[in-house]
Design a protein around this ligand. Structure first.
Ligand code: PGA
Length: 241
């Protein structure tokens, strides 16, 4: 595991965008695993800038998002579908057919999880997965648990996650309690992983993920076993390292 400590959020975001751009330069038809949340917004802004100013080309890139709230339509402004279009896809030249996000309104959840998993397999897996981390150590919506769950599945969100995400909703009661998430095996099979974290609120989770034992009670700790994983965090998130 490589750990890079950036001075601040801006430096973290620029470096993250450079790593993603480097991946696309190396392989124009890269398969990218993408995340949502407040952490990657700066990275997406930088990537949009690189597209506009330097012609960074996403025309062959294929994307798979990590997760989606269960029960939210793509048009709902709190859905991750909406987030990704607002913050990224609407501003770059990723082809709509190359964008994959779990369907939060699928009628059959098991079919949807299988379909998503199969689509990733058909694409030959992820070249680079970008991750955030929850204050409880979650990656995607793989919440602290007694076992690691391998493949894409429906998950009950942790109280901590619901509380943390309530800031994006009009009220806590509106935060969905379930989500579809890529599983730990799906994430770990990515060829490269880039985890981003900023702010002191993430410092404890980063410490446990990097220096604690590999344990499903801190899902991100499994990244210690990945052969090509970079933690790119700002000074505040690195406080306890
Ligand atoms: P955040 O969420 O970027 O909004 O802090 C990250 C996560 O929960 O994975």
């Amino acid at each position: 595991m490589r750990i890079y400590i950036a001075d601040d959020y801006e430096q973290m975001s620029v470096k993250a965008a450079l790593i993603v751009a480097g991946q696309i330069t190396m392989k124009a038809d890269s398969i990218l695993g993408l995340c949502t949340g407040s952490t990657p917004i700066g990275m997406y802004k930088e990537l949009v800038k690189m597209h506009r100013q330097q012609g960074l080309d996403f025309s062959q890139v294929i994307t798979f998002n990590l997760d989606e709230y269960w029960g939210l339509s793509p048009e709902n402004d709190q859905s991750y579908h909406y987030f990704m279009h607002e913050n990224f896809f609407n501003h770059v030249n990723v082809k709509p057919n190359n964008i994959h996000i779990p369907n939060g309104l699928a009628e059959d959840i098991n079919d949807e999880c299988k379909r998503y998993e199969e689509a990733i397999r058909q694409a030959n897996g992820l070249d680079l997965q970008v991750l955030g981390i929850g204050r409880n150590g979650h990656i995607g919506f793989n919440e602290p648990a007694t076992e690691f769950i391998g493949e894409t599945h429906l998950v009950e969100l942790d109280t901590d996650t619901i509380n943390a995400n309530a800031r994006f909703f009009a009220s806590r009661a509106e935060v969905p309690t379930q989500a579809i998430t890529m599983g730990i095996k799906t994430i770990m099979q990515a060829k490269k992983i880039l985890l981003l974290a900023n702010g002191e609120g993430k410092a404890q989770a980063i410490k446990e993920a990097v220096t604690g034992e590999v344990n499903p009670s801190v899902p991100a700790s499994i990244l210690q076993l990945h052969p090509d994983c970079t933690f790119l965090v700002d000074k505040a998130a690195a406080k306890y390292l």
